[in-house]
Design a protein around this ligand. Sequence first.
Ligand code: FES
Ligand code: FES
Length: 181
Amino acid sequence: MIRGISLRVNGVAYNLHIQDHWTLLDVLRAHLGLTGAKKGCDSGVCGACSVHIDGGLALACLTLAAECEGCEVTTVEGLARSPHELHPLQASFVFYGATQCGICTPGMLMAAKALYDRDPRPTREAIHDAVGGNICRCTGYAKIVRAIEHAHVFEASRLLDPKALMQAQGEEAELLAEESR
Ligand code: FES
Ligand code: FES
C-alpha cells in the first residue's frame, strides 16, 4: 500500500509517498539521494546504516520508513555543524586516519555521536560498547577508537575547518597528535 508520510531529515522537511514495506535506508538512499548511510548486510548485523531518529541511534535497514512519520532523522550528511565546521568526531577521524575504505565510517560516526552527546570524554570501555555493533571489515578499530577517544580535543579548534584540517596534515598534525596523547 502506498501512504504519505512527513518527516524531517537533517533539518529539511519532506512529504513522501512510500510503500509500506520500504525501509528508511532505501528511502534515504534511493529517494532522497542521501547515500551516506551504507547498505552493508541489510539485516541489522553490520551497523553501516546507523542513523539517529529523534536523537536516538537506529539501524535504518531495520526501520520501516512508515514508522518515521513525524520523526527527525539525522544521517552522517547532517553531522557537520556547518559547511565550514566539521563535527569534532569528523575532524578526529580525519586527523587520526580512522578511515580506510570508508564503508563503515558513516555508521561508526553516528554510533560515536550517540556516545559523544552523552559523554564527550568516554572511557575505552564505553567506546567499545558504543561501536560494538559496527563492523569494520578493514579492521581499523585501533584508529577508530583513538579518534573517538580524542574527538573532544577538536572542540572549538581551528581544525574543525575542513581546509585548515587538510592543511594541518603532515608535520604540524604530528605535533598536535603528540600534544593530544
Ligand atoms: S546495513 Fe543495516 S545493520 Fe548492516
Ligand atoms: S574502513 Fe573499511 S570497513 Fe571500516
